[in-house]
Design a protein around this ligand. Structure first.
Ligand SMILES: Cc1cc2nc3c(=O)[nH]c(=O)nc-3n(C[C@H](O)[C@H](O)[C@H](O)COP(=O)(O)OP(=O)(O)OC[C@H]3O[C@@H](n4cnc5c(N)ncnc54)[C@H](O)[C@@H]3O)c2cc1C
Length: 426
């Protein structure tokens, strides 16, 4: 039987998933109703624990359940920072009470989340962050600024790292919080990027408040918790990254029928979601056909190289998955992140070349409504987001290959004694 494995347990699970989908799925449901059903069934995120909106499946089993859904063209679960960054971190470090409070809104797509890590002077060197959180009774009071916060303008909650102790070395005085974005002390200002879209934001905190109950992990443990978030961000196997429904950005309209939502999504998808959702590869194949370049020997050779690089990525991903310890990805995901940036650039270059002069058009004048062109403008971002290519090389060198650490004389000094912590306004 096509797609079957020698593992009868997995076959039975896939059959069970298929039967559930047959009974419950309809494109005429509203997005909200469908995500409620799918989220609560556990089949939306089969790799998540059974107790928390999943089925506790690993590797091949989880992959085959997702393939079964795709094969039936069933709309996937919500995707976004909520599912691919917040959820795995809450699952790893959250108390049961926090999981109970935050995971339902994530699994059913009701709550959009954003990531509040980067600051104007703390991107690659994230441990130099200056946003302060000061304890005030049962709450923390937050002041400072974040930047490049994707989707913050739509977010209900944010995952935030802030400095809670400036008198210890920079990596040690950071704490991780789950912050309510819809409060007076949080101001979000969109930034427009070269795709024409405003995916990013600056976020300013002025006496914003966080209950201590919304601290994730121990005080001062924020760096370790943030590394879990970042490993998941770099992991293309991340089950919360898709292929799902919804978009990376924006707030889904839960009242639309799935059929209508899908129709609009195919017309209005943003470059970020298109890139993350893997739409570019399929569109590239269509463009190659449409422009009749498949038979050109030089093009064919470069396309074959691209194809083999994509397969290498897939197999490296499978190896990373097999090596994942305790369900969390290891430093080898940096290899995948780096490889993904290279594949993205090659796909962009070949796709634009395939279109010939039409590769220079834009928006409505361009093939496919210009989405490949906006994707082309987005591609450089993948070499930066989640840690730049250079930073991935450092991680591969230090944590995967065991090479000596990059010299950093500030590593052991109290943060309050560093030059960065004494800048005006700090
Ligand atoms: C599409 C996109 C989405 C993003 N979304 C978010 C988000 O939602 N939330 C969030 O918090 N952040 C987000 N970011 C920000 C991202 O994490 C940072 O841009 C990234 O970490 C780099 O930081 P930086 O921009 O400050 O660059 P810098 O750290 O200033 O780096 C500048 C250059 O110096 C190089 N460099 C720096 N340090 C080293 C080193 N030690 N060794 C070698 N080279 C080095 C870098 O590789 C880079 O080329 C997003 C970025 C992008 C592009």
């Amino acid at each position: 039987m096509a797609g079957a494995t020698a593992n009868p347990d997995v076959d039975a699970l896939v059959a069970e998933a298929g039967a559930w989908l047959d009974e419950h799925w309809s494109p005429e449901l509203t997005v909200g109703d469908w995500w409620d059903r799918l989220g609560n069934s556990g089949w939306g995120f089969p790799a998540w624990p059974e107790r928390w909106f999943g089925k506790g499946l690993r590797g091949d089993a989880a992959r085959r359940v997702i393939s079964e859904r795709l094969r039936r063209d069933v709309f996937g679960p919500p995707t976004g920072i909520s599912t691919f960054l917040a959820a795995p971190t809450i699952l790893a470090y959250g108390t049961d009470e926090q999981k109970q409070r935050f995971l339902p809104g994530i699994a059913t797509g009701r709550d959009v989340w954003c990531q509040l890590f980067s600051e104007p002077e703390a991107g690659s060197d994230m441990a130099s962050l200056q946003t302060r959180a000061v304890r005030d009774g049962d709450e923390w009071v937050v002041n400072g600024q974040k930047v490049w916060s994707s989707g913050a303008q739509f977010a209900r909650y944010g995952i935030l790292i802030a400095r809670t102790d400036p008198d210890v070395p920079k990596h040690k005085g950071i704490t991780y919080f789950l912050i309510d974005m819809q409060q007076p002390g949080v101001e979000v200002r969109p930034l427009r990027e070269m795709t024409g879209e405003a995916a990013f934001n600056e976020v300013f905190f002025t006496d914003a408040r966080i209950p201590d109950a919304d601290r994730l992990g121990a005080q001062g443990e924020g760096w370790r918790v943030a590394m879990t978030t970042l490993s998941n961000e770099r992991d293309p196997n991340n089950p919360g990254m898709g292929p799902g429904g919804g978009s990376m950005l924006g707030k889904p309209d839960l009242t639309l029928t799935v059929a209508e939502y899908r129709r609009r999504q195919s017309e209005e998808i943003d470059a970020f979601s298109f890139a993350i959702g893997g739409g570019a590869g399929a569109l590239f194949d269509e463009l190659v056909q449409q422009f009749g370049v498949a038979g050109d020997p030089v093009f064919r050779q470069r396309r074959a190289k691209l194809h083999s690089d994509r397969l290498t990525q897939r197999w490296t991903g499978a190896r990373g998955k097999a090596n994942a310890k305790g369900g969390q990805p290891g430093p080898e995901v940096s290899t995948l992140k780096l490889g993904g940036s290279n594949v993205g650039r090659d796909l962009r270059n070949l796709g634009l070349e395939a279109m010939g002069p039409a590769g220079m058009l834009a928006d409505g004048d361009a093939p496919a409504g210009g989405i490949f062109h906006r994707y082309a403008l987005f591609v450089p971002a993948s070499s930066i987001a989640g840690g730049s290519d250079e930073v991935q090389r450092n991680i591969i060198g230090e944590r995967a290959l065991g090479l000596p650490k990059e010299p950093d004389e500030s590593r052991d000094l109290p943060f309050s004694q560093l030059r960065t912590s004494r800048r005006p306004g700090a």
